[in-house]
Design a protein. Structure first.
Lengths: 114, 113
């Protein structure tokens, strides 16, 4: 059974600081997703990482994927308050045919303090 | 159009009521999903429809009944729910295929009294 773990579960950081969220998964997968969720809102797709060594950047967020280590990281550079949200990584579990099931990590609640 | 819409946004129902949640997308996606999300938890998959056919049912109680009338619409019929069913219900859609990105709707926040 595919399991996805994130750490830390909660991250309080000051504006301007850098930090990294880690996502480990238990079985082979070559595609990993990062989503953002604001309180009471839906999930917004941030990144899709397609292959080993993939790196994507958008603004102050950079995501990377190491399929051999089954590890993805989401790096936050010079945090600002607007980045405060819960961040989920997710891995697809194949069910056969055209069907996949998305397994989410536990989520990381990021709080950026002024 | 890259939007998944859901109605209603909020729903309060008693344990004897029957209600339905509605989800719609016009992106030409042929896979649609229902997720349940409790507070401070990740979304949990309930059902997957692929080409309008139910392909995954994650052992969801029968008081939840999904329906996919056509390729753009997905319904979730609710009957005799329990207070512990109170949650945010999220609909998502994607291209049909392994590991396609899922796009989520805004969700319906359900409260069962």
């Amino acid at each position: 059974e595919l399991k996805v773990e994130q750490n830390p579960l909660f991250l309080s950081m000051q504006e301007g600081k850098n930090y990294t969220i880690y996502c480990n998964y238990s079985t082979t997968s070559d595609r990993l997703y990062w989503y953002r969720q604001d309180p009471g809102k839906s999930l917004e797709s941030l990144f899709v990482l397609l292959s080993n060594g993939a790196v994507k950047q958008e603004g102050r967020l950079m995501a990377s994927l190491d399929t051999k280590a089954r590890l993805s990281t989401l790096h936050i550079t010079a945090a600002v308050h607007d980045l405060s949200a819960t961040y989920f990584c997710a891995v697809a579990s194949y069910y056969g045919g055209a069907t996949n099931k998305l397994i989410f990590g536990t989520g990381t609640l990021l709080a950026v303090q002024p | 159009d890259t939007e998944v819409t859901q109605t209603p946004k909020h729903l309060v129902m008693g344990m004897t009521n029957k209600k339905s949640l509605k989800c719609e997308q016009h992106m030409g996606h042929r896979a649609m999903y229902w997720y349940k999300q409790k507070a401070k938890k990740p979304p949990e998959l309930m059902f997957v429809y692929s080409y309008e056919k139910l392909s995954i049912n994650e052992s969801v109680p029968s008081r939840f009944s999904p329906e996919c009338p056509n390729s753009s619409l997905l319904n979730l019929h609710l009957h005799a729910l329990q207070p512990e069913d109170s949650a945010l219900y999220l609909c998502a859609s994607s291209q049909a295929g392994y590991q396609e990105t899922q796009y989520f709707g805004p969700g319906t926040r359900l409260l069962v009294l």
